[in-house]
Design a protein around this ligand. Structure first.
Ligand SMILES: Cc1ncc(COP(=O)(O)O)c(C=O)c1O
Length: 471
């Protein structure tokens, strides 16, 4: 039996499974996670915090009043004071499928902290369970085809992580040394992928500082590529762009300029689009518009979209076939992958939206909230380390004379998880905003109150701290 026929037969055997076309029907989720769930929020058992508690006198509450001890922390439904014990089971089997009422609703460290929803669980329960190394699993094949169609590319490959997507792309676009990759010096591929580019490809990486401080321009690229055949140089073969980077957008017109240059000079172009969804949701261009500029695009399901696991690499059939081969070689060939791809499909449909512009999705509202939170900080006298384009707010903590440990501590007192100077306003924070925003306001006020006291002798962090460094 040919593969296509096999899939349609299997679609009949598995009523919840979708055939490969992007328009096919999916089993309706039992729970609609797009609607705001009943308001629940973290508060101390003994000191419930009112839901919208913008404090009238503006003074800072005593740390004692709002200190939330981990052992006493409970979740209450806003409509009553009844304790919701299932919600308190964050992280424990059985009680964690509660969307923004769970761990994700109080965690601003990253959008990777979004937790899977009840509708993802429903999709997992009705997914197909066939072998993906044999390319027989309809749920997985359908997700790959759907993402490829959204991006206007020929093919897609489900991978376990954003790192795997980037590394497979680079390994597939590069051939043999000497070869080089040019990218932004802050790129995930250079800073946070365990040196994979050099160990997996042998390429040398040219990490470039963008002259405008925000994104690389064609002029930055031209000044850093090696195009000639001088035997002393390492010839550039791939340009790798990240969009968004630190939540900031590389505009479509700049991507197009770089793409034209790359094509004219025989260079391949990869996009680390872990958060390209965010750029699209902000109105910067459609997924298809951006993807048309690149040979390969890696898109993450497990960041702002909220799936538990996975990314997809899209590109033309030949490069994706090669990437599938490389994926197998590093142990990324999956068997019954439907259990993860079913959740990823819900993440795309419900959080990003149904079409290439993120139609009906949830992300753009998070961007407005991020801007409001940034405004709240600057209104109190704070400065920002980067402009807010999408879902990330970067506080200038050095200017505020606040140490990473102190903001972490203030967050813990309020029952929020904060990390250093980055606040990520993902969709579960948006859904829990009535609880989170007043807490942030109190934290911001506390930082500003302490600023003058800390002025003398504050050393600052000067320089970057790894996103993954522990507190
Ligand atoms: C821009 C970017 N690319 C790639 C990755 C890697 O994703 P993963 O953690 O799934 O490997 C991350 C992770 O946060 C990221 O921020």
């Amino acid at each position: 039996m040919r593969r296509k026929e096999a899939i349609s037969v299997l679609g009949g055997l598995f009523p919840g499974a979708r055939p490969r076309s992007g328009s096919c029907r999916r089993a309706a989720p039992a729970v609609d996670s797009t609607s705001t769930p009943p308001q629940r929020y973290l508060c101390s058992k003994s000191t419930p915090i009112s839901l919208v508690s913008s404090r009238e006198n503006g003074s800072r509450p005593s740390a004692q009043a709002f200190r939330i001890s981990r052992s006493k922390t409970r979740l209450f439904a806003s409509s009553s004071t009844t304790m919701d014990s299932s919600a308190a089971q964050n992280g424990k089997p059985g009680g964690a499928w509660i969307g923004s009422a769970g761990a994700g609703g109080i965690d601003l460290r990253s959008d990777t902290m979004t937790t899977p929803t009840a509708s993802m669980l429903a999709a997992i329960q009705s997914c197909s369970l066939l072998d993906d190394v044999f390319q027989e699993d309809p749920t997985t094949l359908d997700l790959e085809a759907h993402c490829a169609a959204l991006a206007g590319k020929e093919a897609g490959l489900f991978v376990l992580s954003g790192t795997m997507g980037n590394q497979l792309a680079l390994r597939s676009l590069l051939t043999q040394p000497p070869h080089g990759v040019v990218c932004d010096y802050r790129s995930h591929i250079v800073k946070y992928e365990a040196g994979g580019v050099s160990s997996l490809t042998g390429a040398s990486v040219k990490a470039v500082v963008p002259s405008n401080g925000i994104y690389l321009t064609l002029e930055d690229i031209k000044a850093n590529v090696y195009l000639d055949d001088d035997v002393h140089t390492c010839p550039t073969r791939v340009i790798s762009l990240e969009n968004t980077l630190n939540g900031m957008i590389m505009p479509l017109y700049e991507v197009r300029r770089i793409s034209k240059f790359a094509r004219e000079n025989g260079l391949k172009l990869h996009c680390d689009g872990a958060r390209l969804w965010e750029a699209v949701a902000s109105g910067a261009g459609s997924l298809t518009d951006f993807a048309a500029c690149f040979d390969t695009v890696s898109l993450c399901f497990s960041k702002g979209l909220g799936a538990p696991i996975g990314s997809v690499l899209v590109g033309d059939k030949i490069v994706i076939k090669h990437a599938r081969w490389v994926r197998k070689s590093i142990g990324g060939g999956l068997r019954q992958s439907g259990v993860v791809t079913a959740a990823a499909r819900v993440a795309v449909d419900e959080t990003f939206g149904k079409g290439p512009n993120g139609e009906g999705g949830l992300l753009h509202k998070t961007h407005s909230l991020a801007k409001q939170i940034a405004q709240m900080w600057t209104d109190l006298g704070g400065k920002l380390a980067h402009p807010v384009h999408t879902n990330m707010v970067w506080l200038d903590l050095d200017d505020a004379k606040c140490s990473p440990d102190r903001i972490h501590e203030l967050g813990t007192e309020e029952g929020l998880k904060l990390y250093y100077n980055r606040l990520v306003i993902h969709y579960q924070i948006y859904q829990n905003r009535e609880a989170v925003v007043p807490k942030l306001e109190r934290i911001f006020r506390a930082i500003m109150d302490e600023k003058s006291k800390n002025s003398a002798g504050f050393e600052g962090t000067n320089g970057e701290r790894s996103m993954y460094q522990s507190q």
